[in-house]
Design a protein around this ligand. Structure first.
Ligand code: ZN
Length: 151
């Protein structure tokens, strides 16, 4: 039996079933035909975030930020670079806390920038403050390894 994973499209938020034996980077959305992984974070509004949280079989790393926050803007290119390294094992999302304050409070964001790692819909790790690419990648991989031991 070939395993398959549910991957939520970063463009239209439709859930796609991606066979594990095919390269995920080449997979396209069955609904909108965009690539499912483009090496960059996806912007999510509240509805999109809910679908990514609920339907993804891969971990989801969320950057909660705001346009007025200088450290958030400084971290943006680092987070973008981290997406290129972490995909297709992780979905990276950006949530603008000014436009989507409900998502920020659902996650319990107090200071920004804040990163939240979701695994099977639950927040399994979080950290606040700007980080550079290598730290984002290392932190995420370490937290995923830890979460893999959870039921
Ligand atoms: Zn799509």
């Amino acid at each position: 039996m070939t395993a398959a994973r549910n991957i939520v499209c970063p463009h239209c938020a439709r859930t796609n079933r991606v066979p594990a034996d095919r390269p995920a980077r080449a997979a396209r959305c069955g609904a909108c035909h965009h690539l499912l992984f483009e090496g960059r974070p996806a912007k999510a509004n509240a509805a999109g975030f809910a679908k990514h949280r609920r339907n993804n079989d891969i971990p989801v790393l969320v950057d909660v930020w705001a346009p007025w926050c200088d450290p958030c803007r400084a971290m943006a290119p680092m987070f973008e670079q981290a997406a290129a390294e972490l995909e297709p094992d992780v979905r990276l999302l950006k949530v603008n806390s000014e436009e989507e304050p409900g998502v920020a409070s659902e996650l319990g964001a107090r200071g920004i920038p804040a990163l939240f790692l979701l695994h099977k819909g639950k927040v399994v790790a979080q950290t606040a403050g700007a980080m550079e690419t290598s730290r984002i990648v290392a932190w995420t991989r370490a937290q995923i390894a830890k979460a893999a031991g959870l039921p």
